[in-house]
Design a protein. Structure first.
Length: 94
């Protein structure tokens, strides 16, 4: 049982706690997990890789990622998804 589930069961009556509340709590916990994961990548892993890899190695790796992304997702998908993301961010900020 996760800490979130334990906290929910300890503080709420089981007859009152509806599945939607559990789903919302799980979604918030997952969003927090992703935020922490992304922070660790950005602040620790990527910085470490930049220190350890030469500029040439970094360029090769970036080119390989781009190639695989296009191969697996199709040409233009990356740009299309970023465009959708920017639109959503703009809509949410309004």
């Amino acid at each position: 049982m996760t800490a979130t589930a334990r906290n929910l069961s300890a503080t709420a009556d089981a007859n009152v706690l509806v599945p939607g509340v559990l789903m919302a709590a799980a979604a918030r916990a997952y969003a927090n997990l992703l935020r922490n994961h992304i922070w660790k990548e950005n602040e620790i892993l990527f910085r470490m890789a930049e220190r350890l890899m030469s500029a040439e190695e970094q360029a090769t790796l970036a080119a390989e990622f781009a190639r695989v992304e296009e191969e697996k997702m199709g040409p233009g998908t990356h740009a299309r998804l970023h465009s959708k993301m920017e639109k959503l961010v703009h809509e949410l900020a309004a």
